[in-house]
Design a protein around this ligand. Structure first.
Ligand code: FEO
Length: 163
């Protein structure tokens, strides 16, 4: 079904999804501190989404007969110079997640672990969406170029996001 090595990598990804949520909570805190409450809402919902990703790994590892273990988490970046920087970091983080999912998929394929390959397919699709979402907002922010009305409208739009 799955080797010890594959189970360990799946467990690492469980922890990394939790860490991703922690990063996004730090971004939400920055946005709240700057009175961008819509942007803060976007990242709070993103953090909640990362928790649901982690729980998919939690359940799958257990279904595969593994044992989930929680690992120490590094301190997220708490200070940013601008909303553009926040989204640059968020986009580069999502690219890192995608590369980790792809490596996991390579390993699952090497081991012919078909349930793992099938399980990871959802994340392959999800990562495409996650990267696109961060990239779209980053592009909008760059076009807005600090214009107050533009920031205000985007903040309002992101305030509508729900889980
Ligand atoms: Fe769970 Fe945003 O990757």
């Amino acid at each position: 079904m799955a080797s010890e090595k594959l189970l360990k990598e799946l467990n690492d990804q469980f922890n990394f999804e939790l860490l991703s949520g922690y990063y996004y909570m730090a971004m939400a805190a920055y946005c709240t501190g700057e009175d961008y409450n819509g942007f803060a809402n976007f990242f709070i919902v993103q953090a909640q989404e990362e928790y649901t990703h982690a729980m998919k790994f939690f359940d799958f590892i257990n279904d595969m007969g593994g044992r989930v273990t929680t690992l120490a988490m590094e301190e997220p970046k708490n200070d940013y110079s601008s909303l553009v920087e926040v989204f640059e970091v968020a986009l580069s983080h999502e690219k890192l997640v995608t590369s980790k999912i792809n490596k996991l998929l390579d390993l699952a394929n090497e081991e012919n672990s078909y349930p793992t390959v099938s399980f990871l397919q959802w994340f392959v699709d999800e990562q495409l969406e996650e990267e696109n979402s961060m990239e779209t907002i980053l592009t909008k922010l760059k076009r807005i170029d600090g214009n107050f009305a533009g920031i205000y409208m985007l903040d309002k739009e992101l305030g509508q996001r729900t889980l």
